[in-house]
Write a new protein. Structure first.
Length: 451
């Protein structure tokens, strides 16, 4: 990284940042209180509130959102007449999945082979540390030239919409000229990238019932309708032979124009086993950024260990649908539910329930804020130009903010490059990426203030 005062300051702060990130990662802040204590999330929220107060933020508050979680808010006034920038991150994390599969404990930040490992290190507790580093660097080099609002969400991973609903009820709270969402990542390590599109998402639970109770498979199997078998057939109907998503009435042939994702690079990033084919058609970028994608997240049925020779009376599954830009998530949800209900065989009783939803997002990359971000990235990543890529994941808050504040510019950056393995075991963050993106954000705020 080329030498400049901001970069030098951030470099000097990195050892302290590692300590702070370790403290934050230690909170088991999964916003599913059937699995993890609410006190863990509350502890993380209070830690963040304390960090904001220590940086001189005013009006720091823990916001009780409608889904029963807390988001943390703070405001740092800027110079008279300065623009206002909203910085976003979230402190809730995905469950660690199989803790035994982690090389080191998921809630202990561990340095290994040049990376910091721990659940939330990249997604997105590291995003909050990035914001802190950028602001500290500015304070040490002439001051923060804009007004800054920070909002750190407590239930982004659950998709339950608490912060979206709160923002709609308090529209004045998050007003800003520009929003920086620190919850995505570079296309690859060391390649500065802004995310220009996000797929939306919907979650639907499907329940199928066929019998009053389980039956002996030897006595009744072959004629008694098996609810688990019916569910399997329904779920299979959601994909074509090549693995493409096929939901009745939902188009899936859009094309991605722009930065492409080479198939071999994708196979390596996704750790696809040798000999296993990718699913779908079109380019990889088409499939993961421009088209719908269905995933069966879970099935309630007897585990193999302890299973009995029974015809199952009932079965249910949780189905996720990623919704590409240009498709309304509400309409997509209706089509998914209608498909599940229409494809249920044998006259089985079927019930579907939507339990989460978020709209897709498309940014205006021609705005002045994007010009300032490109200039900042060119300094923080010498020899590289800013790239614009899609993102297959969802951040429902983006569309809420775009709707509430139509004149605000929204930029998406972050630490979740492919090696980070967010949502998987052994999630990690590159400290070099954290350092460069903190410099990027600080320089962006300087350049944007002067634009």
């Amino acid at each position: 990284m080329s030498s400049n005062p901001v970069a030098e300051t951030v470099a000097s702060l990195m050892s302290g940042a590692q300590v702070e990130l370790a403290e934050l990662v230690a909170f088991k802040s999964v916003a599913d209180f059937d699995q993890y204590p609410r006190s863990e999330s509350e502890g993380a929220a209070n830690w963040i509130a304390g960090a904001l107060r220590a940086e001189g933020f005013q009006d720091v508050a823990l916001l009780d959102t409608p889904d029963g979680t807390q988001s943390v808010y703070g405001f740092l006034p800027g110079p008279e007449g300065a623009k206002t920038v909203l910085l976003y991150a979230h402190y809730d994390v995905q469950p660690p999945l199989d803790e035994a599969a982690w090389t080191t404990p998921p809630f202990e930040l561990t340095e290994r082979a040049g990376r910091w490992y721990g659940r939330g290190a990249a997604d997105c507790k590291g995003g909050f540390i990035m914001h802190l580093l950028a602001l500290r660097a500015l304070k040490a080099n002439g001051g923060v030239p804009v007004g800054v609002k920070v909002i750190v969400e407590g239930s982004e991973e659950q998709g339950t919409g608490g912060l979206e609903r709160y923002a709609e009820q308090h529209p004045e709270l998050l007003t800003a000229d520009t929003v920086v969402i620190g919850d995505v990542g570079n296309f690859r390590l060391g390649l500065p990238t802004v995310t220009s599109t996000l797929r939306g998402m919907t979650l639907v639970r499907v329940q199928i019932d066929t019998l009053e109770g389980n039956l002996h498979s030897g006595q009744f199997g072959g004629a008694a309708p098996d609810a688990l078998g019916a569910l399997i057939r329904v779920l299979d109907s959601l994909r074509a032979e090549d693995g493409s998503t096929t939901i009745d009435g939902l188009t899936g042939d859009a094309r991605w124009e722009g930065l492409q994702y080479e198939e071999e690079a994708f196979r390596k990033d996704a750790k696809v086993l040798d000999g296993v084919e990718l699913v779908g058609s079109g380019t990889v970028a088409d499939r993961i950024w421009a088209r719908p994608a269905v995933t069966v997240l879970g099935i309630d049925c007897p585990p193999v260990v302890g299973a009995t020779p029974s015809v199952q009376a009932g079965a249910r599954a949780l189905v996720s649908l990623r919704v590409p830009p240009g498709v309304d998530a509400v309409e997509a949800t209706k089509l998914l539910q209608a498909h599940l209900e229409a494809r249920t065989p044998w006259g089985a009783r079927v019930r579907t329930e939507q339990i989460g939803q978020g709209q897709p997002f498309r940014a205006d990359t021609s705005s002045p804020a994007y010009t300032a971000m490109a200039e900042a990235m060119a300094v923080a990543y010498p020899g590289e130009e800013m790239q614009s890529a899609g993102q297959g994941g969802s951040i429902p808050l983006c569309n809420t903010l775009a709707s509430l504040y139509p004149h605000a510019e929204i930029l998406l950056i972050g630490l979740s490059e492919p090696q980070a393995q967010i949502h998987a075991v052994n999630e990690s963050v590159s400290p070099d990426e954290l350092e460069r993106l903190s410099v990027t954000e600080a320089l962006f705020l300087q350049k944007y203030a002067a634009s």
